[in-house]
Design a binder for this molecule. Structure first.
Ligand SMILES: C[S@@+](CC[C@H](N)C(=O)[O-])C[C@H]1O[C@@H](n2cnc3c(N)ncnc32)[C@H](O)[C@@H]1O
Length: 230
C-alpha cells in the first residue's frame, strides 16, 4: 500500500503532472528528457513510474519501456491512460528489484529515490539491471531542501524571504506534508549521492540543479543526476 493509493493524494499528484504550468513540469520535465538524450531503440526501466507520463513519452522512441510502481492506483491509471504496445506496467516495489530478471539500456526515475531507505542497495540493484554502458538518469528533491527536520526553513527577515539550512548532517527519516498527504522520506547528503555512484562503478556524466523561480535561485528544490555504468 502506497500513500499514492489515497484518493486525495492521487488527485493532487495527478494535477501536478497534467498541469503544464505546475512547478514540476516547468522545472524538471524537459531537463530530464534532455539529460536522457537519444533513447531511440533503447530498452528502459522507469522506476516509480506513477501515472506513466514519462514512461509513455519515452516509449514514443524507445524499443521497450517497463514502468514499475508500488501503487496499484497509479499503475491502473497508467494502463488505462498511458499505454502503448511497447510498454509493460506492473506493481513492483523498487526495494525488490532482484525480482526483475531483465537488464536495460537506461534506468530512469523521476522524484522517487527519496522514498527509498537504502540508497546503497538501490544503486547496486540498478547497476546489476543495466547493460554495459547503460545509463541511469534520476531526479530527486535537492539535499539542501530535504535537510530541515521541520516543514519549512523559510524565514522572513527584514521583509526578505531567507532560507535557513539546518540539520544537513542529520540523516534520520523526515516527514513532510504535500499532495494532501503526509510522506516519509530520506534525506541524504551530497557526499552520499556522489560517493555511492563512485563506489558502485558509475561514471557521473552530469549533475543539474534546475530553478525557475527566484525562490529556487536562493535555494535549489530539485536535483537531476546522470551516471553511466562503466
Ligand atoms: C512523486 S511520484 C513520481 C511518479 C512519476 N515518476 C512521475 O514523475 O510522475 C513518486 C512515485 O514513487 C512511487 N514509489 C514510492 N516508493 C516506491 C517503492 N518502494 N517502489 C516503487 N514505487 C514507489 C509512488 O507510488 C509514486 O507513484
Amino acid at each position: 500500500m502506497s500513500s499514492y493509493d489515497d484518493e486525495k493524494v492521487f488527485e493532487e499528484y495527478l494535477n501536478s503532472r497534467i498541469d503544464s504550468d505546475s512547478p514540476h513540469n516547468k522545472t524538471i520535465r524537459q531537463l530530464l528528457l534532455d539529460t536522457v538524450g537519444d533513447y531511440t531503440d533503447k530498452t528502459i526501466l522507469d522506476l516509480g513510474c506513477g501515472i506513466g507520463c514519462f514512461t509513455c513519452e519515452l516509449a514514443s522512441k524507445a524499443k521497450k519501456v517497463v514502468g514499475i510502481d508500488i501503487s496499484q492506483k497509479v499503475i491502473d491509471y497508467a494502463i488505462k491512460n498511458n499505454s502503448k504496445e511497447n510498454i509493460q506496467y506492473f506493481v513492483q516495489n523498487i526495494e525488490n528489484l532482484n525480482e526483475i530478471n531483465e537488464s536495460f539500456d537506461i534506468v530512469f526515475s523521476d522524484m522517487v529515490f527519496n522514498y527509498i531507505e537504502n540508497y546503497d542497495k538501490l544503486l547496486n540493484d540498478i547497476y546489476n539491471h543495466l547493460n554495459e554502458n547503460g545509463l541511469l538518469v534520476f531526479s530527486q528533491v535537492h539535499p539542501i531542501s530535504t535537510a530541515s527536520l521541520g516543514e519549512s526553513s523559510w524565514v522572513n527577515e527584514d521583509n526578505k524571504l531567507k532560507f535557513q539550512l539546518d540539520n544537513y548532517g542529520n540523516l534520520s527519516k523526515r516527514s513532510r506534508t504535500y499532495f494532501n498527504g503526509t510522506f516519509d522520506f530520506y534525506h541524504r547528503r551530497f557526499e552520499e549521492l556522489i560517493n555511492g555512484a563512485i563506489k558502485h562503478g558509475f561514471i557521473i556524466e552530469g549533475l543539474y540543479e534546475p530553478y525557475i523561480t527566484d525562490k529556487e535561485f536562493n535555494r535549489p528544490s530539485f536535483l537531476v543526476m546522470k551516471m553511466r555504468k562503466k
